[in-house]
Design a protein around this ligand. Structure first.
Ligand code: ARG
Length: 457
């Protein structure tokens, strides 16, 4: 396609290092769609005769049908998906195929194809996240009253409800989806017609091609359009943020499924056994979600480093933009689906969660708050008194509300019988009814709001 000024063909090494067809064949649908939009515009503008444009368009349909049936052939001589398609088109319809590349370059072609691909990938990820959110909201609704320990520093802090904990992840994925919506909006401009870097002398209609491909408008600057990969970086950042959230959730599932915690059982269908230890049921899917997050975040780093030193406009380095994006998209699809299955299918051992909250002195803050409220004691002093009570209970291996009143009064005479009502884990969570707090009524409010947003029922 470009051999006119060359005396020698490329060496074997050159052919191999240059070939992107092994991975960019994934762009074939986008490449055909963009070529059809381009040639229709060329025909309409009279840049290519209408009948030639029609023959090219029909030829592109024929190539697409072959790809659909047999896959895309991988011939390194054709370098990439753009040349592969054009070469096959020429075989099918003859020299008129050569008119397709009028007023176009592979530089604007690849930028357009890749944007179309990323736009679809965003849509798929958003759909997956919506399903995950629905699973979380359903389980949270079931467990608005289920009590578990809430942690800071992974030390028992205060009782919370399981529903509240699950809704925390709903919020993270809500922000992730907002990030996707924002990135999709920003990326939806069409580079086609920017040509190699400077635009073209042909009287093309960029509004028409942009519209035909579902873009909001053509890109404004041809140099930027062919050298910009912000949309791919935005995609990888969206993937990374979501992967980070998935990884934290996976980490919690792994901890909770471990025997010392015993808070959940993960579905058999998303666990594996051990070939040597018969008792084992391992949370492999969760571990792989956590593991994959490292690769996804690595793909963002990889493309940022590829891009950071490139002068305008196109450089071949940019061909390496695709593998990290393709890999991240496929890892995210799997991770989101696996997490949705784990959340939907987990069995929560709520008695055990409750017992852990009761045993961990999770209501110590409630005792301190009671002293402030009922005894008019300054919080710092109340904190100190409570610390003494925890120390005593701990030395006896009992819960705070199992300490006899006489012992509590020996620590501070202002403590009375009705303190016990404040020391139960139920009273503790019910008391935290501030907006966004863990009280069951607040969790039910969050769940109802989320159901509305997600259009559930
Ligand atoms: N396969 C190339 C890529 O993905 C297409 C653009 C090539 N342009 C060029 N001038 N060599 O980046």
């Amino acid at each position: 396609m470009w051999g006119g000024r060359f005396a020698d063909g490329p060496s074997a090494i050159m052919r191999e290092i240059n070939a992107s067809i092994p991975f960019d064949k994934a762009l074939w649908r986008q490449d055909i769609a963009a070529s059809k939009a381009h040639v229709a515009m060329l025909g309409k503008a009279g840049i290519v005769a209408a009948e030639d444009a029609g023959a090219i368009s029909a030829g592109l349909d024929a190539v697409a049908a072959e790809y659909e049936a047999d896959g895309v052939p991988e011939d390194w001589d054709h370098e990439d998906i753009h040349m592969t398609t054009e070469a096959r088109l020429a075989e099918l319809i003859g020299p008129v195929a050569g008119r397709l590349h009028t007023a176009r370059s592979r530089n604007d072609q690849v930028a357009t194809d890749f944007r179309l691909w990323v736009r679809d990938a965003f849509a798929q990820m958003d759909e997956g996240l919506a399903a995950l959110q629905q699973a979380l909201v359903r389980r949270a609704g079931e467990h608005a009253d289920s009590i578990m320990p809430g942690f800071t520093h992974l030390q028992t802090a205060q009782p919370v409800t399981l529903g509240h904990h699950l809704m925390a992840y709903y919020e993270m994925f809500r922000r992730d989806r907002a990030r996707i919506a924002d990135a999709k909006e920003r990326m939806n401009e069409c580079p086609l017609g920017s040509a190699a870097l400077a635009g073209t002398g042909f009287p093309i209609d960029r509004e028409a091609t942009a519209q035909a491909l579902g873009f909001d408008r053509p890109t404004a600057n041809s140099l930027d359009a062919v050298s910009d990969r912000d949309f791919a970086l935005d995609f990888l950042w969206c993937c990374s943020a979501t992967a980070l959230h998935l990884s934290r959730l996976a980490e919690e599932l792994i901890l909770w499924a471990s025997q010392p915690f015993g808070f959940i059982r993960l579905p058999d269908s998303l666990s594996t056994g051990s070939s040597i230890m018969p008792q084992k049921k391992n949370p492999d899917a969760a571990e792989l979600v956590r593991g994959h997050s490292g690769r996804v975040i690595g793909s963002l780093t990889s493309l940022m480093i590829t891009m950071k030193g490139l002068p305008l406009a196109y450089s071949k380095d940019m061909q390496d933009d695709k593998p990290p994006v393709f890999e991240a998209a496929s890892l995210m699809g799997l991770s989101i689906a696996a997490m949705t299955g784990m959340i939907a299918g987990a069995t929560f051992n709520t008695p055990r969660m409750r017992a852990a909250a009761e045993l961990g002195y999770a209501t110590a803050t409630d005792l301190a708050d009671w002293l402030v409220r009922e005894g008019g004691i300054p919080f710092r002093e109340a904190h100190h008194i409570t610390g003494a009570a925890v120390k005593l209970a701990e030395s006896r291996g009992i819960a705070l509300d199992q300490l006899p009143l006489a012992d509590l009064q020996a620590i501070d005479a202002r403590i009375t019988e009705n303190v016990y009502a404040a020391l139960s884990v139920d009273a503790s969570v019910a008391a935290r009814a501030s907006y966004g707090g863990t009280a069951p009524e607040q969790v039910r409010r969050q769940v109802a709001a989320a159901r509305g947003v997600l259009g559930m029922e």
